[in-house]
Design a binder for this molecule. Structure first.
Ligand code: ZN
Length: 226
């Protein structure tokens, strides 16, 4: 196909849009094409700078919610179920939660300096047990009582555990609905023996939870900023 260059020079010079002098920017044709050096060439007209997209003022990016671990304080994603630093199980219900009690700093101070703390724990309905936490010599005495009790008898592990739980409970169960359960271990134990077995079992479980709650607090699991 013949191009402009094939035309005689004098005719070429009369065609508008052809660069007469090298280096002269060719005129733009309405279709965006230009003739450069007599050849049809794509010519890209300077594009209008696209309007800058309006920048939204700091779009709220959904942040990972982080909470400090109650035990070690390391910030952890709250959707995690374990602390990646110390392994604390976040999903587990704390013993204090299960008991519906709070062990505050004052109680911890009492525990540290007197060797025990007392806590009022709801047992069933409106019935409240006042428990005194165990001291080391309570545990020693309890173990001795259990040992003597099973001295001449065979026992299963369950029997042994149940009896021990009841003995420990007698050391720790101070009051029921504000009324004392007895003046010493013997009276308390006798009082417990006369209660309904399921009720005693319930009290035992709650008492074991109190022990657990104290351990949790001393390990720093539940006492932060309280
Ligand atoms: Zn931790």
């Amino acid at each position: 196909m013949p191009t402009v260059e094939d035309l005689p020079r004098d005719i070429r010079d009369r065609i508008p849009g052809i660069a007469q002098v090298p280096g002269v920017v060719p005129r733009e044709r309405p279709d965006g094409k230009s003739f450069i050096g007599g050849k049809a060439t794509e010519y890209s007209a300077p594009q209008a700078k696209p309007a800058e997209r309006p920048v939204a003022p700091e779009e709220p990016v959904p942040k990972e919610v982080k909470t400090p671990c109650q035990r070690c304080g390391v910030e952890t994603e709250s959707k995690q179920s374990f602390c990646s630093a110390c392994g604390l199980d976040f999903k587990r219900k704390r013993a204090t939660e299960e008991l519906g009690i709070t062990i505050d700093k004052e109680m911890v101070e009492q525990y540290i300096f007197t060797g025990y703390l007392t806590a009022a724990v709801k047992l069933f309905g409106e019935h409240v047990a006042t428990f005194k936490s165990l001291q080391s010599d309570d545990v020693e005495k309890a173990d001795e009582i259990v040992r003597l009790h099973f001295k001449d008898a065979d026992s299963t592990v369950t029997e042994w555990q149940n009896y021990r739980a009841k003995v420990l409970l007698a050391f720790g169960w101070a009051k029921l609905d504000g009324v004392t359960t007895g003046k010493d271990f013997e009276e308390k134990f006798a009082w417990i023996q006369k209660r309904g077995a399921h009720f005693v079992d319930l009290a035992s479980k709650k008492y074991a939870l109190l022990s657990q709650a104290i351990s949790e607090v001393l390990n720093g699991d539940t006492l932060k900023n309280s």
